[in-house]
Design a protein around this ligand. Structure first.
Ligand code: RIB
Ligand code: CA
Length: 313
């Protein structure tokens, strides 16, 4: 099997960091062409720095990391330090990266890569707000038919919102960008809160990372020790959802997930529902399906995969 070529678009974020580690630990299945940072959990100067920290932790300092958009298309940036901490990777102490940030803008890298690679061979994996992806699609409409799939973390339906009562963070931060992506016609696979909230970091799962006895294993355990406090307090759950690694796990083991191919539209006007993913799960409209919207996960299988792959680094 040839490795799937991907671009990871990300706003690290502890869960983004685990997703990046999973991808870099799986070269047989995944070829990371580059990582593009976007403002989201924390501002862009931190997300681009954190992406490089994670690549070095994975022992892959040759990975190309680009800085992208520092703010949403049409509204001020909303960040999530209350969840991820001031640095975005709070928990363990980490050295500053020494690997370089690539010259050039992330959006240009996305456009140039999609034009250079064979049509239908590159998958985009957004793990944060969709600003970079939407700007690339708007600036270069010719790339849309060249994208194999967009496999993204974002949205919520049955689980409702995590940043407002109606909206999930990644979509809420830049709903105009999300609207562009969901109307693009590019095949979408969506990992909403409906599925990520079923992938909780229970204590035994975190201890399995720590028991790897490696720096990456220790970092993942310490990130989740920090990251989970917010969700445990808010939801009273016995762990936190590891959202973003669901995107990468699907590329490796799609059998771990189940969902429905349905229509999903983005609310960009609602006073109380801005950023809501209006998922027609029960097919009550005649709107054409545009997304594979996931709802079930084999959580034990997911954590077995994560632990085994992080253990390879
Ligand atoms: O709502 C969860 C999403 O928002 C995750 O991608 C997390 O990293 C934050 O970006
Ligand atoms: Ca993220």
């Amino acid at each position: 099997m040839t490795a799937r070529k991907i671009i990871i678009d990300t706003d690290p974020g502890q869960d983004d960091a685990v997703a990046i580690l999973l991808a870099l630990a799986s070269p047989d299945e995944i070829e990371v062409l580059g990582i593009t940072a976007v403002a989201g959990n924390v501002p862009l100067p931190l997300t681009q720095k954190n992406a490089r920290i994670v690549c070095e932790l994975a022992g892959k300092p040759q990975t190309r990391v680009f800085a992208g958009c520092a703010a949403p298309i049409a509204r001020p940036l909303v960040t999530a330090e209350h969840v991820h901490g001031k640095t975005g990777l709070d928990g363990p102490q980490l050295p500053d990266p020494t690997m370089p940030l690539q010259d050039g803008h992330a959006v240009d890298f996305i456009i140039e890569t999609l034009r250079a690679e064979p049509a239908g061979s590159v998958t985009l994996c957004p793990l944060g707000p969709l600003t970079n992806i939407a700007v690339a699609l708007t600036r270069a409409p010719d790339i849309a038919p060249r994208i194999r799939e967009i496999v993204l973390m974002g949205g919520a339906y049955f689980e409702v919102g995590n940043i407002t009562p109606a909206a999930e963070f990644n979509i809420y931060v830049d709903p105009e960008a999300a609207d562009i992506v969901f109307r693009s016609g590019v095949p979408l696979v969506v990992m909403p809160l409906d599925v990520t909230h079923k992938a909780l970091t229970t204590r035994p799962r975190i201890e399995a990372f720590r028991a790897l006895g490696t720096a990456p294993g220790r970092m993942v355990a310490e990130w989740t020790d920090f990251f989970e406090r917010f969700d445990k307090e808010k939801y009273g759950s016995d762990g936190a959802p590891l959202h973003d690694p669901c995107v990468i796990a699907w590329l490796i083991r799609p059998d771990l997930f189940q969902g429905r191919h349905i229509n999903v539209m983005i609310e960009t006007k609602g006073d109380f529902t801005l950023g809501m993913t209006v998922a027609d799960w029960w097919r009550v409209t005649d709107r054409a399906p545009n997304a594979m919207f996931m709802r079930e996960i084999d959580a034990d299988g997911f954590y077995r995969l994560l632990t085994e792959r992080i253990g390879r680094l």
